[in-house]
Design a protein around this ligand. Structure first.
Ligand code: DGT
Ligand code: CA
Ligand code: ZN
Length: 574
């Protein structure tokens, strides 16, 4: 199912390897472009080949078509395998260190024989890089910092790398006659923003049969462990999947245990102990006797707690409220009525305005607030004033076509270095709403960055703040910022903060949401879609909102079209 993803990954890797080899830059660029082209198309390589659509794809000449054919037929591209085997494995890992491109890595390899991250670390610590042109004390320090950074991120994966596979496994396992009950466990069930692996818990009276099916699943690239109570497979994107089988009687206890979090479990065990009981993955016991529970709710009840949804099991505040109250319902994907923050071909999106609108409507939403980039973001095709006006005309025309759907005129305005927005006030006033985002000049002190964003929040045209911390998960940390002050300012100025639902961002962080909610601030769950496919990322943002304890009332785009239309007007005039 990830055939397209695999093809993209392999093409990108080929580009990198060709660069390492010092091949003609056009050759490696062709692979980068090919990967990007695949991204733009719906469907899978096998279908494109069968239908001939592949011939129409930009940049896909005979040679690339053959490569894709080979991949579909054999699961490999031989040139890719050859390229890979011509370099030590470790070089690809070195390339993930921020600031180290192919050129530099090649020099390090050729001049100093550096083949692994460990080699590189040692070389930096012993000043070996100083002997090479273009490297100095500063670059050694930066590399060492980069190594620390990748180690911190190592072994974790974004939700979009894990969830689609987990969902496919879940539905395939569900169809197995021997599977009586089944759930995701672990961090994925808790909707953590990144996960180490995928965990499943299965209730069955025939564990051997379930395990046989699991380890032979087509998604399993190889088997790491095959037992009757625990097995592990590795997917072709490097993620491990653990599956545990228990008897139907043990199921609720095992599910609770393997859902975690570890910290949450520790507190649950303490509560059991306080009540003269013992809780573990096999059961809840009074002496040697099992306290029978049919569900997780029963277990919570035995410990004098109301049900705690998995998303909230992080030992933060859940034990405070669960003693007295049931948590109010968390927001669900079906609560979302419309979409803000999407890009079209006017700036750096892949689909036209009309295509984006139709795709949003087809997903059952009743509005789309389109937000292309503003003029300073020239690298992303930011809109000149003329283009803004042209887009507004097109939106007015398109809006005549629907009576159950509306396009709102928005912009993702860069927050300039001094905190001002990217167009004169008389242009800003013509939008239905404005998202203000930082896209450049990240290197500021925390005080400066906080003041910069608060200034943008205080601008009367600003409706929302986009990806407020600028983090890229597993890649770039947030810029220094006092997020609590930003939330305070947003609440005071009736500005909405976005949960950027793109799985690379998931920004604002869920850990801040409880504070934001209690300040009375609204969030908007925004896909930041750059293609029609990107609209589906909203699901990840809903997960984050739930994890932050938000219900539908805290989410701006859970409001229906009429209410949003009115609200946007009042927000604009306040
Ligand atoms: P991850 O995989 O790092 O994204 O996070 P989790 O929470 O999925 O962690 P994982 O896969 O190592 O273990 C799944 C759950 O099993 C974990 O959330 C709680 C439970 N668990 C694992 N090890 C321990 C432990 O040493 N003590 C306790 N109390 N629970 C544990
Ligand atoms: Ca896990
Ligand atoms: Zn942005």
């Amino acid at each position: 199912m990830s055939d397209k993803q695999t093809a993209m990954r392999i093409f990108k890797e080929m580009a990198t390897l060709l660069e390492l080899q010092g091949a003609n830059p056009f050759k490696s660029k062709a692979y980068v472009k090919a990967a990007r082209e695949l991204q733009q198309h719906e469907g899978q390589p096998a279908e494109w080949i069968a239908s001939g659509a592949i011939k129409e794809m930009r940049g896909f000449g005979k040679s690339l078509q053959e490569k894709l054919n080979e991949l579909v037929e054999t699961g490999k591209i031989s040139e890719h395998e050859e390229l890979r085997s011509s370099f030590p494995e470790g070089l690809l890992k070195i390339l993930t260190i921020p600031g180290l491109g192919s050129k530099k890595v090649r020099v390090l390899y050729e001049e100093l024989g550096i083949e692994s991250v460990e080699d590189l670390e040692e070389a930096c610590q012993t000043d070996k890089l100083l002997s090479i042109d273009g490297f100095g004390k500063k670059s050694q320090e930066k590399i060492l910092q980069g190594i620390q950074q990748i180690r911190r991120y190592q072994g974790r994966h974004r939700l979009n790398q894990a969830l689609p596979f987990a969902q496919r496994l879940l539905s395939d396992l569900q169809e197995q006659p021997d599977v009586q009950q089944l759930d995701l466990g672990g961090s994925l069930r808790r909707w953590k923003e990144t996960v180490k692996d995928i965990d499943f818990v299965v209730a069955t009276d025939n564990p051997e049969a379930v395990m046989e099916f699991f380890v032979n699943h087509p998604l399993a690239e190889h088997i790491i462990a095959h037992g009757s109570t625990k097995s592990s497979i590795m997917l072709n994107n490097g993620i491990n999947v653990d599956l545990r089988t228990v008897t139907p009687k043990q199921y609720p206890y095992a599910l609770m245990h393997f859902t975690g979090s570890k910290e949450h479990n520790t507190e649950m065990r303490r509560r059991a102990k306080d009540r003269g009981m013992k809780l573990n993955e096999y059961g809840l016991f009074k002496g040697d006797d099992l306290v029978e529970c049919e569900s997780e709710s029963d277990i919570f009840q035995e410990l004098d707690l109301n049900y705690i949804p998995p998303e909230l099991r992080e030992d933060r505040t859940e034990f405070e409220w669960a003693v007295e109250a049931t948590h109010p319902p968390l927001v669900e994907l079906s609560d979302i009525k419309g979409v803000f923050h999407a890009h079209s071909t006017y700036s750096d999106g892949a689909a036209s305005l009309k295509e984006m609108a139709e795709a949003t409507r087809a997903l059952g939403y009743s509005y789309l607030g389109i937000t292309d980039h503003s003029r300073t973001a020239y690298y992303a095709g930011g809109l000149s004033i003329e283009e803004v006006l042209k887009q507004h005309k097109e939106i007015d025309e398109l809006n005549k076509e629907w009576d159950d759907f509306q396009l709102f005129k928005g912009i993702e305005s860069d927050i300039l270095g001094d905190g001002s927005l990217d167009y004169p006030d008389e242009i800003l006033e013509q939008f239905d709403f404005v998202i203000a985002s930082v896209h450049s000049q990240f290197k500021m002190s925390q005080d400066e960055m906080t003041a910069r964003i608060i200034k943008a929040i205080e601008h009367p045209a600003t409706t929302m703040v986009g990806h407020p911390t600028g983090r890229l998960l597993l890649n770039r940390d947030a810029y220094p910022i006092d997020i609590y002050k930003v939330v305070d300012a947003a609440a005071a100025n009736n500005v909405i903060i976005e949960i950027n639902a793109n799985p690379y961002r998931l920004d604002i962080d869920w850990r801040i949401l409880e504070y934001a909610r209690d300040k009375g601030m609204l969030v908007s769950i925004n896909p930041d879609a750059h293609s029609t496919k990107g609209l589906e990322d909203i699901q990840y943002g809903v997960g984050v909102a739930r994890k932050g304890g938000l219900g539908p009332d805290h989410v701006f785009n859970a409001l229906d079209l009429d209410t949003v239309r009115e609200k946007l007007k009042t927000l604009r005039s306040s």
